[in-house]
Design a binder for this molecule. Sequence first.
Ligand SMILES: *Cc1c(COP(=O)(O)O)cnc(C)c1O
Length: 373
Amino acid sequence: MPERLPVCEPHFWGNEKRYVVDALDTGWISSAGDYLTKFEQAFARACGVDHGIGVFNGTVALHLGLLAAGVKPGDEVIVGDFTMMSPVFAVLYCGAKPVFVDAEADTWCMDTAAIEKKITPRTRAILAVHIYGHPCDMDAINTVAKKHGLAVIEDAAEAHGALVRGKVVGGLSDVACFSFYANKIVTTGEGGMVVTNRGDLAAHLRAHKNLCFGQGLQRFVHEDVGFQYRMTNIQAAIGLGQVEHLGAAVERKRTIAKAYDSLLAGVPGLTLPVEKPWAKNVYWVYGILVDPDFGMTRDQLAAKLAEQGIETRPFFVGMHLQPVLREHLVPGEAFPVSKRLGETGLYLPSFMHMKDSDIERVAAAVKSLQKRR
Ligand SMILES: *Cc1c(COP(=O)(O)O)cnc(C)c1O
């Protein structure tokens, strides 16, 4: 059996271990400590914003971010149907209602042209999830939001370092949320961050991630319901070692993607990921669509690759197909693009330290299976 190729694997650049050991040696292992401040500042700077608020994971970052953006029970939040579940659950945690728009056929992000039709008097916000490394068109989203007085939240968990018309994601909305799960471009094992340029929102986020403690002698007097969503100094120590190399991480992801692009170009029945002229795709994963012309289904291809030790993952299942969201769906509403993505998409190994020969091996395996129909 040839060497197993995982879809993702964390990559350490060198300083992570040193910083973690330092945090342990100095006893700063909870949520106070220098590494937390340094990581928050470095990550916010990388997003071109003033404030970063570290939290325990990306899902709670979204919960806090939506609350800070003013999402309240009964509000509607517009979000793409093709997404990972966390942003939608975060809408539900706020007691709000997710309202779905279909995906764009090429970027797989929310179809910005479909947003305006979904706005009602109850709409409070647009939640833009950057999908698999390609950013949403934030200019189009911000234009609609401004016209209708809506808040904008980015879920940038899959797009650290991606650009929209030269501006980095995370700074293109009122609040933006990141995950640092082990498979993300910057990882802290488990971890997340909310970033914002607005001082008032930063204060709200800092208070609410830490139980809304009072100030000074009033410490144990609470004005609002808070949460215990604090990031630890150990997580932040790993994160600091990671964010120091964000540029290199993004370039590596792009190099892997470009290699796949050239090796898989023209294979009948495959749709490859795009990069819009206005965007920088960071290719968090390298996703492909397996269309009927390929000669076998997505699941058959995944099984054949697995036999050769090549791991893949199927794409997300659209929100309109989620049993848990039944009461939030409009009966009979169709999301043809999202449905197709969910049925035909998979992603290939693209971990940072994979070798050129690994990429060639994966591409050759995919190609040879196409010929064998
Ligand atoms: C990974 C991810 C999250 C959630 O991150 P966790 O840290 O696992 O909670 C949220 N949104 C998207 C789009 C993600 O890919």
